[in-house]
Design a protein around this ligand. Sequence first.
Ligand code: NAD
Length: 488
Amino acid sequence: MKTVPALWFESCPWINGKWHHSLPPIEIRNPATFEGIASVSFADEACALTAINGAVAAQKSWARTSAVERGMILKRIAGLLLERKDAFARLLSAEQGKPYEQSIGEVEYAASFFQWFGEEARRVYGRITNHPDADREFLIQHKPAGVAALITPWNFPLAQGAKKVAAALAAGCTAVWKPSELTPLIALAMAPLMREAGLPDGVIQIVPGIGSVLGPILSSHPSIRVLSLTGSSATGSSVMSAASTGIKRVSLELGGNAPFIILPDADLDFVAEQLTRLKLFVSGQVCVTANRVFAPAHLQHKITELLAQKFAAARVGDGLAATMDAGPLINQHACAKVSQLVEDAVAGGANIALENRSFERDPRLARGSFFPPTILTDVQDTMRIAREEVFGPVLPILSYTDTGEAVKRANDTPYGLAAYVYGNNLSLCRAVASSLEVGIVGVNEWRPLKAEIPFGGVKQSGIGAEGGEEGLREFLETQVISIPKPSL
Ligand code: NAD
């Protein structure tokens, strides 16, 4: 059994390089055991205002810092994170609930964004281009957009922050980071590490707090030029409308309803192994998890049988215990939401093919927010479970008879984040992948997300991208200077 590390930071907002105690502390609990981990003082509006003003004050000098120097600091952050990954992973598992090995993966993934954007910082290229008048030319340059507000969710509380913080800082923006009120600790743990890496005070401000309290000020303050949110589509919509008054640039990474299409020639053992990993990863609380499995009708029984074996063998428990496949959900409210979706499906004719309740054998987990990994068959497109983001370890299986029909049904959703296609005929896989209205498709791969690629949704899954060279552009503005050509 791993332990929660002794905290090496204070549990309150980090502003201008100092800890600020603000509102009365609120207890953060381990979702597996309901034991308290720390009491956190959230930021109030005044505190958020101080943070924004500090970020404004630090902006000019950070933007003037050379891109090479900014990049070196970011790469040092990556190095320190990797050095301390065990402590960060233990804190992450305690606070978020995910199994320790998945937390280690998240720390490494977060570090990869600091490394990537540390390298990309020096690759912001402008250009000189022709002017229609022979004696003039255009200089096109990309400049830091200004102060950015970064709002992140609880499912990947470190990695979602890392994607935004690294890109904003690489671009030369300063930033106010508001982590989810459900998982503020891991963000606060980054503050001393970033300072140790050489980040000047005020460049990153961390304000844990309630979305409805801090959201309005972060979305409407005139000094915030970029508003980057990862969260639900409903929050995205409200943030976008709040930001519209000040015509702020918004970057939104929102919810999904990913289809997982199994083609008739797929290797079913491989599918069962990969799909189980995908669905149990962070207990299905992942924007890109498989939300609807489309199985060929004649193979549905066989696929369900293989998946049921894997789901039954999964180890479900405390993320800090040895080698778990799935942990708890974030809280009881999340369990109730998933439960309602399953009940609705069953009432509509779906069948529960398997439920893994192994966690019930451990009395330490009696107050934990666990939901049993579940396989549902005979799911129909019209059921809520197929139309809404499930955010739990439930695998709804739908059957199809024709590939074109499967694609059409897969696209019949307001979401467009991720999709998966499994099959042996790669040209068919490619044709199916290209027909899907989503930002990313994994062909015979369950986790294609990497720092090197732009990841973002289409339709109601978002605007903009994180990662790749595109991730930096979210924090840059383009300026054109029309100037007489120098002549001798
Ligand atoms: P959420 O929308 O409830 O909260 C996300 C963040 O927004 C939190 O920090 C919250 O405090 C803040 N917030 C809430 N109301 C706000 C408001 N009015 N103004 C400003 N900020 C506000 O989402 P969640 O429950 O934390 O996360 C789960 C959701 O995030 C899921 O829908 C999931 O699909 C999505 N998500 C998307 C991606 C992606 O890359 N597309 C990645 C991870 C999670």
